[in-house]
Design a binder for this molecule. Structure first.
Ligand SMILES: Cc1ncc(COP(=O)(O)O)c(C=O)c1O
Length: 416
C-alpha cells in the first residue's frame, strides 16, 4: 500500500468518529453501512448545527425585522452562496431550494417544460433513469402531448452513444439524464451528451443525485443547463434539494406553487411574482434543513472529500473484485472500471434479494434490496429486484470484509 493510501485510510478512521451512528451495533454486530446511494449518514457537525439553530437563533426567514429572523435569514441565504460555489455556478440567484431531486425535476417539468414545449416536441431520456427522471415526464407527456425518446442501455450496462446521435435530433428540446445510474453504477459520459444536445439546440438537465456527493461538478466547464441533486445523499438533512439552472432558462420558467414569499405584490385581482429564485420557493422553506445542508457542504470542503471518495472507490472496487470471485453471485454494472462508480447491484440466483438483505442485516450489514426506483432498467436486464451495496468515504475495508463474510453465511444458509 502506498504511503498516500495509508494516510487516506488513517484519515477515514479519523473521520468515522464524526459520524455517531457508525458506532451503533445492529443485531449485536458492528454496523457496516453500505446503503449510501439511498441516503448518507450525518456527521456531528451537521447535527450540532441544526441543534444550534433551534437552540439559539431560530425564527422564520425573509419575514421579520427582529434579530432572530435576521440571523436565521442570513444563515439560510448564506447556503445559496455555498451551493453556488460548490457547483461553480456564477450567480447565487440561480440556486433554487427544493425538497430533493424528485421535487427539482417535477418543478422543472411543470415550470419550464410545460410552458415552453408543445405537442410533438421531443424530450430525450435514457434507459437507466431513476423513476424521478421518468414519471414527471410521463405526466407531462399525458398532459401536453410531448414525445419521449430513450437512449438505450447496451448489454455491457453503458449507454449506446451511437444511438444517442440519432435519437437526439432537431426536434429535441430537452435531454434529461442521470450522471450516474443508481441501479447499475454506470457513469454516463455527460459531456458527449451535452455536446450532442447543444449541437441540436436542445438544453440538458443533469440528474446529479448520485454523482455530486462523490465528485467535483463544474456547471460552467461542462456547460450544463440544469442541474438537480439532493442534500441527504451528501451528509445533509432530508427534505432539501437543489434546482440550479442558467438564468436565461429560469427566466423562461413560470412559478408552479403560489403563496407566501413568491410574490412581490398581491391584490384581490391578482399577484406579481417575486424575483428569481424566490418566485419558485413558495411558503416557509425547510430552514433547518437548508442550514444543515450548508454545514454539510462546509464539512465536505474541509475534509477534502474528493480524495476520500477516491479512496472509498478503491474499497468499493476491492469488494466488487471479491464478489466477482463468488461463483454464486451475478454482478450488474459495467465491466470497465472507469465507467462505474462506488456502488454495485448484484443477484444471487434462486434467493430473493430481500432474503439476502435480511441475512446481511442480521450480520450488521445495511444494503438496499428491491428495484431501486429503476424498474424499467432492471426489467431490461431480466430482474425485478437486486441487492445493492453503495459506498461513501466513511466506509472502510472492515465494512467490505463484513459484507463478503456475510455473503458466505447467505451461501451456507441457502445454497449448501
Ligand atoms: C439518480 C437518482 N435520481 C433521483 C433520485 C431521487 O432523489 P430523492 O429521493 O432525494 O428525491 C435518486 C435517489 O435515489 C437517484 O439515485
Amino acid at each position: 500500500m502506498s504511503l498516500e493510501s495509508k494516510k487516506l485510510l488513517d484519515r477515514t478512521t479519523q473521520i468515522r468518529s464524526d459520524f455517531p451512528i457508525l458506532d451503533r451495533k445492529i443485531n449485536g454486530k458492528r454496523l457496516a453501512y453500505l446503503d449510501n446511494a439511498a441516503s448518507s449518514q450525518k456527521p456531528m457537525q451537521v447535527i450540532s448545527k441544526i441543534n444550534d439553530l433551534y437552540s439559539n437563533y431560530y425564527a422564520n426567514v425573509h419575514r421579520g425585522v427582529h434579530s432572530l429572523s435576521m440571523e436565521s435569514t442570513e444563515a439560510y441565504e448564506s447556503v445559496r452562496e455555498k451551493v453556488a460555489k460548490f457547483i461553480n455556478a456564477g450567480n447565487i440567484n440561480e440556486i433554487i431550494f427544493t425538497k430533493g431531486t424528485t421535487d427539482s425535476i417535477n418543478l422543472f417539468a411543470q415550470s419550464w417544460a410545460k410552458n415552453n414545449l408543445k405537442k410533438g416536441d421531443r424530450i430525450v431520456l435514457s434507459e437507466i433513469e431513476h423513476h424521478a427522471n421518468l414519471v414527471p415526464w410521463f405526466m407531462l407527456r399525458d398532459e401536453i402531448g410531448i414525445e419521449l425518446a430513450f437512449i438505450p442501455v447496451l448489454d455491457d450496462y453503458t449507454l449506446d452513444i451511437e444511438a444517442a446521435k440519432k435519437i437526439i435530433n432537431s426536434n429535441t428540446r430537452l435531454v434529461s439524464i442521470s450522471h450516474i445510474s443508481n441501479s447499475l453504477g454506470t457513469i454516463v459520459p455527460i459531456k458527449d451528451i451535452i455536446d450532442l444536445a447543444h449541437h441540436n439546440n436542445a438544453i440538458v438537465l443533469i440528474d446529479g443525485a448520485q454523482s455530486i456527493p462523490h465528485q467535483n461538478m463544474n456547471v460552467i466547464d461542462l456547460d450544463i443547463d440544469v442541474l438537480v441533486f439532493s442534500a441527504h445523499k451528501m451528509l445533509g438533512p432530508t427534505g432539501v434539494g437543489i434546482l440550479w439552472a442558467k438564468m436565461d432558462i429560469l427566466k423562461q420558467c413560470e412559478p408552479v406553487i403560489g403563496g407566501g414569499d413568491m410574490i412581490s405584490k398581491v391584490t384581490f385581482d391578482g399577484a406579481l411574482w417575486n424575483d428569481i429564485p424566490f418566485r419558485f420557493e413558495a411558503g416557509t422553506p425547510n430552514i433547518a434543513g437548508v442550514i444543515g445542508f450548508g454545514e454539510a457542504i462546509d464539512y465536505l470542503n474541509e475534509i477534502n472529500y474528493i480524495d476520500l471518495c477516491n479512496q472509498s472507490h478503491v474499497i468499493s472496487e476491492y469488494t466488487r473484485n471479491l464478489l466477482e470471485e463468488m461463483e454464486f453471485v451475478e454482478i450488474l454494472g459495467p465491466k470497465d472500471k472507469l465507467l462505474r462508480t462506488s456502488l454495485f447491484s448484484f443477484d444471487i440466483k434462486n434467493i430473493h434479494p430481500h432474503d439476502v438483505a435480511q441475512i446481511l442485516d442480521s450480520e450488521g450489514v445495511a444494503v438496499r434490496a428491491g428495484h431501486h426506483c429503476a424498474q424499467p432498467t432492471l426489467n431490461k436486464f431480466g430482474f425485478s429486484s437486486t441487492v445493492r451495496a453503495s459506498f461513501y468515504f466513511y466506509n472502510n475495508f472492515e465494512d467490505a470484509n463484513q459484507l463478503i463474510e456475510s455473503l458466505q453465511i447467505v451461501k451456507k444458509r441457502f445454497l449448501q
